[in-house]
Design a binder for this molecule. Sequence first.
Ligand SMILES: [Zn+2]
Length: 275
Amino acid sequence: MADVPTLTLHELAEGVWVWLQPGGESGVSNAGVIADADGLTVIDTLMVRSQWEPFAAAVHDLDRPVKRVVLTHAHIDHVGGTTAFRNAMVLGSPVTSALLDQAMPVEAYKNFMPAFAEGFDELAVVGTRPVSHLVDAAAQLTPRVELLPAQGHTDGDLMVLVADVDVLFAGDLCFFGVTPLAFQGDPATWADTLEVVGELAATIVPGHGPVGATADVDALREYLRHCVAGSIPAGPWDSWLERAERDPINIEKAEMLRHGDDGMPPSMIRAIGLA
Ligand SMILES: [Zn+2]
C-alpha cells in the first residue's frame, strides 16, 4: 500500500488530493479533492466537526471555488461535513438522497460510535445538506471527473474515476486494512462489483484505510466471497481491524439475503444498541 501521510491534504497526482484518516475504523473515513479548470470537486466530507473542519480548511487553502461535492453513499462518516461546503452542488445516488432526507438516527450513531458522542450531538443541530443533483447512471461530471454508480456496500454506491491520472475514489466499496461492513449491503453483489473495481485504475482510494491497488481489491473480494460461503479461513484479512465485530454481521447479512431477507442483521442491531 502507498505510503501517504494522514490528516493532511496530500497531492496524490496532478490536481488530485486525498485526506486520509489513520486507522479507518467505524467513523474514521477518507475524503478527496479533484481540480478542474472551473474549480474543485470534493469527494465525501467525513463525519463530525473535529474531522471535517481541518479538512475543509485545507480545501479552502487551495484557494479555488468548491463547485461540487460528490457523496459516495449516505453513511454518516461520509456525509457529516456537507455543510462545510455551502455553495457547492451536492451529487449522490437516489438511495443516498432518500436517506439524507430522513431524520438523523443520532442515538444509534452514539451507541455504535461512542467515541464521537459529543460530535453527534453537535451534528444533530447542524444537520447535513440534501442531495441537489441525483446521479442514476454513469456520467462525465467534468472533463476530469467520471461518476460510476455501483452496488454492494449499499444499494446506492457511487465511485469517482479520474482517468487522466489513473485514480479511483471507490468510497466504501473498498476498505483496505480494515474489515468491510455490509450491514446495509450485499456481500455477494459487493464481491461481483469488485471484479470490475480492481481493473478501473492503478491507484485506488478506499473509503477507509490507506491508498491501495488491485491486489488490495482482490483480497477484499476474496474475504467477501468467504462471508457468502459462511466461514472465513486464514488469509491476508487476518491483520485487518474490526474482524471480531464485523465477521458475524457480514456472514449473517449474506445468509439473510440468501433467504430473501434484506433486513438489518441482528448482530448489527445489537451493535447499534437497539436490542
Ligand atoms: Zn459506508
